[in-house]
Design a protein around this ligand. Sequence first.
Ligand code: FAD
Length: 421
Amino acid sequence: MTQTSGYYQATAHPAPRRPALRGALACDVCVIGAGYTGLLAALELAERGFRVAVVEAHRVGWGASGRNGGQIVTGYSTDMSRVRRLTGADDARLLWRMAEEAKTIVADRIARHAIDCDLRWGYLFAAAKPRHLAGLAEMAEEWARDYGYGRATPLDRAGLAAELGGGAYFGGLKDEGGGHLHPLNYALGLARAAEAAGVTLFEDSAALAVDTDAATLRTAQGEVRANHLILCGNAHVGRLVPAAARRILPVATQMIATAPLGAERARRLIPSGAAVSDTNHIIDYFRLSADGRLLFGGGASYWSDGAGDPARAIGKRMRRVFPELADVAIEHAWTGHVAITANRMPWFGRVGRRLWFAHGYSGHGVLLTAIAGRLLAEAVAGTEERFDVYARIPHAPFPGGRARAPLLALAMAWYRLLDLL
Ligand SMILES: Cc1cc2nc3c(=O)[nH]c(=O)nc-3n(C[C@H](O)[C@H](O)[C@H](O)COP(=O)(O)OP(=O)(O)OC[C@H]3O[C@@H](n4cnc5c(N)ncnc54)[C@H](O)[C@@H]3O)c2cc1C
């Protein structure tokens, strides 16, 4: 996988290099992984008076948190009617409310810690086929009727055209409660805030072995003894704690950034400045950056590490939506890994009494990590009630056992075909 997120790295605020862990360290809580989940959990715990250390295998924001589309998407990666079938109506309402609380956490953190990450509100779901319009309207109706959410409005083709240029879509849904931000600068700002609250961060410090009963871990040059461990490795968690990894699957996805388009051309592409995703099975998602580039992502690979040539593959998808960008150079291209679950709901849980985890946001982690961080902190501090609403969501393993990657690749090819029809 490419080591950096290209465009985000090039526009990141300066950040100090944190030392690697050397020798023995004792603390109340040790967090594994310095993406949003780990940083937000650490910050919430430090504010509650815990002594917290974070060990990160690479650098702060190296994983999905430093490479993603930056899109804050309302709700979950699966629709609320499915959530309700999975969990029952009462838990579905709690889950909706907590996803909304996550928006407040993101906005509060950015304001409170003065995190300069280009936060902007406004979201569009764009119908890739005429028949998808009814589904979007039903979704808005369900959000309003069952969850009291009044910020999503269906748009016909002309209504969408006022918000989004290109003409590739048949209408859509405008959601004032979604938005976008610069993902790496958000992560770097959270790290700064965590350190200010007393958290100790170690980079280049992969946890190589974990004892979940003793709440200890070992890195190449150090070891940690804690009262609790929180595992926040998401798609990169590997086999460190197999019991916490078997219901997630890492999926490679790719992004590109064009050359700056100039204010006028950028405005013509997305007059509203909203973040956008389409309604295909294999979604395209895009938005303008603060410096007027189009950032475009899409595709999903269960089979390869996604190395390929993102500039070519994603560039083609981008030009299908915006043919007028045929002459525009693609200046950055990168790959990252999302952790998905079979039902596309996040997977929270614990292994024994002392190791906690939250991951598998299935492409909605910019928002949902905020509630994950809070609930991990609540649970470690002794109040598990809200954490358990997530922990009791039923998750099945991926079908196919060892053959699951080829099977999912086949399923993906089928979905690609459906999108073309
Ligand atoms: C290309 C791409 C586009 C995306 N777009 C969106 C989007 O637009 N909107 C959205 O909501 N979500 C999106 N996502 C998903 C979102 O980025 C993630 O859900 C979110 O960042 C997860 O945060 P995290 O902290 O749980 O994991 P990560 O950010 O992946 O962090 C995990 C960290 O753990 C570290 N780690 C792993 N194992 C160890 C170990 N043994 N020891 C120490 N450290 C370890 C890793 O190095 C990594 O830094 C996208 C993801 C990708 C890759």
